[in-house]
Design a protein around this ligand. Structure first.
Ligand SMILES: [Fe+2]
Ligand SMILES: [Fe+2]
Length: 273
């Protein structure tokens, strides 16, 4: 089976990119499942029920979140319903939302998706390794395909979690830094990894925010709002090929598409207004 995992979708530029590219990619790359980190999708922080519904209609089957999960409170009723969206598994049990999700492909393959938050330069949370052990031990043994989103700042911490899970899950993909890395690999016997999938959003920016605002605040310490940028929208993520019988990954292929590439693939943007 082929899974597309997209890195943090940021704002309207990210949403529009997903809307245009994902339906075509599903067809052209014969994708069985599309998962996206969506913690920055609504105005750069959080998620709303309306945007969640739009994202599902765009061809995204499930979404993970991160440190911005509760920035828009109105998403909480969606998080506690039986919807394919989950909180980081190492959040407190009292934090709203489920600590993993099971999604099904069209052919009936069950796929477990788990997200954890890192602990380096991030808010204090429980040990991600312990949280993963707990969720993995609770999964039905018939589930072979398991995907883990490591939402963390440090590449070293992402590597720790990957190496801890080799042979136990199908893929470990990093999100949160918004900068794609060039370290995609598959470790024997079949766990795919990349430190960061990269952002799906406006690259003419500082990790998705307006350049002028961030520079002004950096120089003056005055708190200018970091508005979401719009320029140079790109899609960034990876396509992972997995043996659905064993759950072992065969390959991981990073995918980066700028607007020109999406125009060629999906037709000119003007028709998308
Ligand atoms: Fe984040
Ligand atoms: Fe993010």
């Amino acid at each position: 089976m082929r899974v597309l995992f997209l890195g943090d979708i940021v704002g309207e530029a990210g949403r529009k990119t997903v809307r245009r590219a994902v339906p075509v990619l599903r067809e052209e790359r014969q994708l069985d499942l599309v998962i996206a980190n969506a913690e920055n999708i609504a105005g750069g922080s959080g998620m709303t029920p309306k945007i969640y519904a739009q994202l599902r209609r765009s061809g995204v089957d499930a979404c993970t979140m991160g440190d911005h999960i509760y920035k828009k409170r109105e998403i909480i009723p969606v998080l506690v319903r039986d919807e394919p969206i989950c909180k980081p598994a190492n959040f407190p049990p009292e934090a709203p939302g489920r600590d993993h999700m099971i999604v099904q492909t069209k052919d009936g393959t069950s796929v477990a998706v788990i997200s954890v938050l890192g602990r380096i330069f991030m808010r204090p949370v429980d040990c991600p390794l312990a949280a993963l052990d707990r969720v993995l031990s609770e999964l039905d043994k018939s589930i072979k395909v398991i995907l883990v989103d490591v939402h963390a700042e440090a590449t070293s911490e992402k590597q720790v979690i990957f190496r801890y899970l080799v042979g136990r899950v199908s893929a470990v993909v990093g999100t949160h830094t918004h900068v794609p890395t060039a370290d995609a690999t598959v470790a024997s016997p079949g766990t795919a990894f990349i430190s960061d999938l990269g952002m799906t959003g406006p690259y003419e920016s500082i990790i998705g925010r307006r350049i002028d605002k961030v520079i002004k605040t950096t120089k003056t310490f005055e708190p200018f709002p970091f508005d979401v940028a719009t320029g140079d929208p790109r899609l960034s993520g990876a396509i992972i090929d997995i043996d659905e019988v064993t759950g072992r990954a065969r390959s991981i292929e990073p995918i980066h598409l700028d607007k020109a590439a999406i125009d060629i693939m999906a037709g000119p943007a003007a028709t998308d207004a």
